[in-house]
Write a protein that binds this ligand. Structure first.
Ligand code: CTP
Length: 481
C-alpha cells in the first residue's frame, strides 16, 4: 500500500478537524496528480473531498487555523474555499453526480469517496490521499490512476462516452492535459472524443478558450492543436485554423501546408517566449492565406495581402472566442500586419527611411516582431535557413543603428496638435492633421531631424502653404522666407 508524507502543518490541522467531526476527508484532483508527478503547482490549489457537507468542514477548518480567515461559499456548487499561506484550499462534499461546475443540475452530496472518484474526468485526476488519522497519507486508487501516471496515459475512469456526456469540455481537457503533461490519450478515450465531438457545441466559448489558452501556454502547443485536428474538434471550435490545412497542387506545383507551418512557428516562438499574445500572433500570422490564395502560371502560388487581411480577421475570431478585445488584441493584429516587413528590409539598397518607418509603426513591439519573423523561418533547407537568419541579423543591426541615431521607437511628435492650433489660432480640424503628418513624414524620411526647432520651422512653412498665419508673430514667417 502506498503512503505519502504530507509535510505541511495545514494537513494535520485538517486531519484533526475531520477526526473530531467524525467524518472522512481526502486530498483529490490536480494537487494529488501534480504531487505524484513532482510537478510544480503554481496556483497551489488544493481540493479536498469530504463525506457530508464540504461547506461545513471548510468553516470548521478555517476557524481552527486562526481568526480572520474569510471563507467563500459557493452554495450552488456545494463548495467552500479559503486562502491559507500560499494555498487556495477548496472543500467539496463527496457526490454521486458528475463533477461539473457549470452544470445547472443540483449538487448531490451524498456519495461515497468511490462514487465521487468515478464521476471525475480522468483516472489521473481521480487519485485520492487519505487525511484522517486512520488512513493518513494512504493512496486510494480504484481506477489505476497511478499506473496511468506512470505510463503517461489519459483515460476516463468510466466508459468515456458517459464521462464526456457528463461534461463535454472534458474532451478539450483530455487534449489539454495530453499537451501539458506530454501524455497519450488512451485509444478508447480518444475514439469517444471523435464520436462525441459535436457535443462540444453546448459548452460556453469562455470554457473552451480557457483550455485553448492552456494549450497555447504548454511547452509544445502544436501537440494540442494536432490532437484537436485529429479528433475533429478543431473545425468546430476554430474553423479558420482548420482551413489552413492542406496542400493544393496545380501543374505539379504545390504550396506549403499552412496549418503545420503555423504550428511550427508557434512551437518556435514558444521556445523563446511565454507571452501568450505573441504566441497567438504566431498561430494566426498566416490565417488569411486560404482567402488570399491565387495561382498564376507565371509566378505560381501567391497570398497577396494576407498580412493585412489576416490582421483584419482577428477581431471576429477574438469576439467569438471571448478573448479580450483590448490592447492585447491590437498587439496581435499589429504583429500579423507587420510580419512581412522585416523581410523587405533585408533586401539590398534598403533606405534608412524604410527602417525608420518600421520602427515607428512597431514601436516597442519591434523586438517581438523580429522574434516572430525568425520563428517564421521553417524551411527544411539548411542553406536557406542560414541565409534568412543572416538577413535578419543584418536587419536587427540596421534597426539598432537607426534607433540609436534617431530614437524613433517611442516616437512622440515634437509638435503637438494643441501647439499647431495655438500657433495659427485655428479650430481642431483637417489642417492640424495635415501639418502633423507632414512633420512626421519629414522626420521619418530623414528630411529634418527629430527635434522641436526643425519641426516648428516646418510647421510654419506648411501652415503658410495652407494659407494660415501665426497669430502672434507674423514676422517669424517672413524670417523663414
Ligand atoms: N474535474 C472534472 N471534470 C471537469 C473539471 C474538473 O472531473 N470538467 C475534476 C478533476 O478531478 C480535477 C478537479 O475536478 O482534477 C479539479 O479541477 P480543475 O481545478 O479544473 O483542474 P485540475 O485537475 O486541478 O488541473 P489544473 O489546475 O491544471 O486545471
Amino acid at each position: 500500500m502506498m503512503k505519502f508524507c504530507l509535510k505541511d502543518k495545514v494537513f494535520e490541522k485538517i486531519s484533526s478537524v475531520l477526526d473530531m467531526e467524525g467524518t472522512e476527508g481526502y486530498l483529490i484532483g490536480g494537487f494529488v496528480r501534480d504531487f505524484l508527478l513532482g510537478r510544480d503547482n503554481p496556483q497551489k490549489d488544493i481540493d479536498i473531498v469530504v463525506k457530508g457537507s464540504g461547506i461545513k468542514i471548510a468553516g470548521k477548518v478555517a476557524r481552527s487555523l486562526g481568526k480572520g480567515i474569510k471563507v467563500s461559499v459557493y452554495r450552488n456548487f456545494g463548495t467552500a474555499m479559503f486562502r491559507y499561506d500560499d494555498y487556495n484550499i477548496e472543500f467539496v462534499g463527496a457526490r454521486k453526480e458528475s463533477y461539473n461546475r457549470d452544470s445547472r443540475k443540483p449538487v448531490v452530496e451524498d456519495g461515497t469517496l468511490e462514487d465521487d472518484q468515478k464521476r471525475r474526468d480522468f483516472t489521473i485526476n481521480a487519485l485520492a490521499i487519505g487525511l484522517n488519522s486512520s488512513n493518513w497519507g494512504r493512496l486510494i486508487d480504484p481506477f489505476g490512476g497511478l499506473e496511468d501516471l506512470k505510463n503517461r496515459i489519459i483515460r476516463t475512469p468510466l466508459d468515456p462516452d458517459r464521462t464526456f456526456d457528463d461534461d463535454p469540455l472534458r474532451m478539450m481537457r483530455a487534449i489539454r492535459f495530453a499537451t501539458q503533461l506530454d501524455f497519450t490519450i488512451e485509444k478508447q478515450t480518444f475514439e469517444s472524443i471523435i464520436r462525441n465531438r459535436e457535443r462540444i457545441k453546448i459548452v460556453s466559448a469562455e470554457r473552451i478558450t480557457g483550455e485553448i489558452n492552456k494549450i497555447m501556454m504548454a511547452e509544445k502547443p502544436s501537440t494540442g492543436f494536432k490532437l484537436l485536428d485529429k479528433s475533429g474538434l478543431l473545425s468546430i471550435i476554430f474553423p479558420e485554423l482548420a482551413n489552413l490545412k492542406g496542400v493544393e497542387m496545380i501543374e505539379g506545383r504545390g504550396h506549403k501546408d499552412n496549418f503545420y507551418h503555423s504550428l511550427e512557428v508557434l512551437d518556435n516562438i514558444s521556445r523563446h517566449s511565454d507571452n501568450l499574445w505573441l504566441r497567438w500572433a504566431a498561430l494566426l500570422h498566416d490565417i488569411a492565406k486560404p482567402v488570399t490564395k491565387k495561382y498564376s502560371e507565371k509566378t505560381g502560388w501567391s497570398f497577396h495581402n494576407h498580412e493585412f487581411i489576416g490582421a483584419k480577421m482577428v477581431p471576429a475570431i477574438f469576439r467569438r472566442m471571448k478573448l479580450p478585445l483590448n490592447e492585447n488584441m491590437k498587439y496581435v493584429q499589429k504583429l500579423i500586419d507587420l510580419h512581412l516587413r522585416p523581410v523587405d528590409l533585408s533586401k539590398e539598397n534598403v533606405t534608412d527611411s524604410a527602417i525608420r518607418r518600421l520602427l515607428y509603426e512597431a514601436g516597442n513591439d519591434i523586438d517581438d516582431l523580429m522574434m516572430l519573423c525568425e520563428a517564421d523561418i521553417t524551411s527544411k533547407n539548411r542553406e536557406k535557413r542560414i541565409r534568412h537568419l543572416a538577413n535578419f541579423r543584418y536587419v536587427r543591426q540596421k534597426l539598432a543603428e537607426i534607433e540609436e541615431k534617431d530614437a524613433i521607437r517611442n516616437f512622440q511628435p515634437p509638435i503637438s496638435g494643441d501647439e499647431i492650433i495655438a500657433t495659427f489660432g485655428i479650430k481642431p480640424g483637417r489642417e492640424v492633421g495635415i501639418i502633423k503628418n507632414f512633420i512626421k513624414d519629414a522626420i521619418l524620411d530623414g528630411i529634418i531631424p527629430n527635434d522641436f526647432n526643425a519641426a516648428k520651422e516646418l510647421m510654419l512653412k506648411k501652415g503658410r502653404e495652407l494659407g494660415l498665419q501665426p497669430v502672434n508673430d507674423t514676422r517669424e514667417v517672413s524670417d523663414q522666407e
